[in-house]
Design a protein around this ligand. Structure first.
Ligand SMILES: *[C@@H]1O[C@H](CO)[C@@H](O)[C@H](O)[C@H]1NC(C)=O
Ligand SMILES: *[C@@H]1O[C@H](CO)[C@@H](O)[C@H](O)[C@H]1NC(C)=O
Ligand SMILES: *[C@@H]1O[C@H](CO)[C@@H](O)[C@H](O)[C@H]1NC(C)=O
Ligand SMILES: *[C@@H]1O[C@H](CO)[C@@H](O)[C@H](O)[C@H]1NC(C)=O
Ligand SMILES: *[C@@H]1O[C@H](CO)[C@@H](O)[C@H](O)[C@H]1NC(C)=O
Length: 476
């Protein structure tokens, strides 16, 4: 058996709509320090960032800063409509900064992930220091930005960075919108089974039969593929691009299915969106319309499962075959995120097949650590994130809005309570993964409109308070 599926946050990025809004920005590069902390490494790398001053009030108007996460920054710029939608109202300068080790911002080029000597600078602490330095530089060199308040935005891991940026650098960032930010999805903070339960609940909203079909599919797959005839049957019946041959193929195949069900939960958006392939509105409802009878024999059950799966990868009807090894998005590079999970971002997941519909898989930290040694020469630090950022003890911080959609499995590690007057949590019952960060859509549920209104209220407050403070500082 392989490791329990570790849901890579990389998957999250691909949950963005592929609809391309042609947002207008200019691309720049900053000569950034590789190491902000040790005084022993003077290397620099070229960090990419994007700027739009189309609506900017050049007299200390606010800076809206997107804290890039694990992917090419243009992907986030194209898919974070909320920042673009709100910038005109606030006359904000828009900046999207690329996270080190992603996109074109590779400190050591193609060697970046090869050994700890090069990959060791891929941490959230270094990334936040990059952002702090970049903002300080921009405020110095852009005329009229010297006294600009900064609002940081981020979704998913970017949302974690946004929240942590405000916590660690409150003198640089006046407030943070942290959307679908699972800052609590760590060892000893959130039980490992919570995530899978949310995925399952999304399917249970449609029907119990749907959940039962998926729950029973794992043993059906194991039994049917136990011999060569069964492997061949499944490969033909499902039109796999490459037939199932080995144990490893079957493990990969099941991981693919787990990922699909999880992705669907993340992108269960109220309107059609373009993922790997185009998806209908509320895709889980459509998938479940095919998964209606769990009492069928195993092969019939698997045929039914395939009909549901087709909604995900063959909605256009154009897929010639099913490739269970396909990459979610060519602009993504999982090397970076894999390194991060092997240093700080250790997120335990486990499934029991009873309270969730996944194949049972315990969280085996030893096995996880072994893989990290083998693949990257790294020893994970499972408690580091909580040590650095506080776990649940975040009420000494201020000016953060956490938003979470209840359809989004990552809400399992989200901040779901109002921490204080200025660290607030907004819940979007009909929301999937950072729905609020996407651009406004006529089919948005009222709850996401309310969330955006609350977010804007807080942004306005942060900006006003900043100017009042600056005013009194300057008066001294
Ligand atoms: C199936 O497994 C074999 C042997 O491990 C491997 O060579 C092949 O690439 C795998 N096929 C797919 C589609 O992953
Ligand atoms: C995709 O859908 C079309 C139309 O329903 C079908 O003809 C085709 O066989 C499907 N592809 C796969 C790989 O099942
Ligand atoms: C966890 O993984 C290690 C290393 O692969 C293995 O030796 C051990 O038996 C596993 N533990 C459990 C409880 O499965
Ligand atoms: C912060 O949280 C702790 C633990 O929940 C609580 O005891 C304390 O009263 C809180 N402090 C404030 C200022 O809310
Ligand atoms: C937090 O407070 C806001 C009002 O400021 C409210 O709208 C929201 O529902 C509260 N969040 C939670 C999780 O109770």
């Amino acid at each position: 058996m392989g490791l329990p599926a570790v849901f890579n946050l990389i998957i999250l990025i691909s949950s963005f709509s592929g609809l391309c809004h042609a947002y207008d920005y200019k691309t720049y590069f900053y000569r950034q320090k590789v190491d902000h902390f040790s005084f022993t490494n003077d290397d620099i790398f070229i960090q990419r960032y994007l700027i739009s001053d189309a609506h900017w009030n050049g007299n200390n108007g606010p800076i809206f800063f997107y804290a890039g996460n694990e992917g090419d920054i243009t992907l986030f710029a194209d898919n974070t409509g909320f920042v673009w939608d709100t910038a005109p109202e606030f006359k904000a300068l828009v900046v999207f900064a690329e996270h080190r080790y992603y996109g074109v911002s590779l400190p050591y080029g193609s060697k970046s992930f090869s050994e700890p000597k090069y990959s060791g600078y891929l941490t959230s602490e270094q990334a936040l220091a990059d952002y702090a330095e970049l903002l300080t530089y921009l405020k110095r060199v852009i005329p009229g930005a010297k006294d600009s308040p900064v609002v940081v935005f981020g979704g998913s891991y970017g949302g974690m960075l946004a929240a942590w940026f405000r916590m660690k650098y409150p003198h640089i960032v006046q407030g943070a919108i942290a959307a679908s930010a699972p800052i609590l999805q760590f060892t000893g903070v959130t039980p490992c089974d919570k995530f899978g339960k949310v995925v399952t609940a999304d399917f249970a909203r449609e029907s119990n039969e749907c959940v039962e079909v998926i729950r029973k599919s794992w043993s059906a797959l194991n039994t049917v593929t136990a011999d060569d005839e069964g492997k061949a049957w499944l490969s033909n019946s499902w039109k796999l691009c490459d037939p199932l041959k080995s144990e490893k193929n079957i493990t990969d195949f099941k991981d693919y299915l787990s990922n699909v069900w999880t992705n669907l939960a993340m992108v269960d958006y109220p309107y059609p969106a373009n993922f790997l392939a185009p998806l209908p509105a509320y895709p889980i409802k459509v998938v479940c319309s095919h998964l209606t009878d769990s009492s069928k024999d195993q092969r019939a059950l698997l045929e039914e499962l395939n009909a549901g799966l087709q909604v995900y990868y063959n909605y256009t009807g154009e897929a010639k075959c099913l490739n269970f090894n396909e990459q979610a998005d060519v602009r993504l590079d999982d090397n970076g995120w894999n390194v991060q999970t092997c240093n700080e971002m250790v997120m335990p997941f486990c499934y029991d097949g009873i309270h969730d519909f996944f194949e049972p898989a315990a969280w085996n930290y030893t096995a996880f650590e072994d893989e990290c040694h083998k693949n990257y020469g790294l020893t994970p630090q499972p408690f580091m994130v909580s040590l650095m950022y506080g776990g649940r003890n975040i009420n000494a911080s201020s000016n953060i809005v956490f938003s979470n959609g209840l359809l989004d499995p990552w809400s399992s590690g989200g901040v779901m309570w109002n921490v204080s007057d200025t660290v607030v949590s907004v819940i979007i019952p009909e929301g999937a993964h950072h729905l609020d960060l996407r651009s406004a859509d006529p089919q948005d549920p009222q709850s996401v409109k309310n969330a955006r209104t609350l977010e804007k209220l807080h942004i306005r407050r942060w900006i006003e308070n900043y100017h009042i403070q600056q005013h009194s500082l300057n008066g001294i």
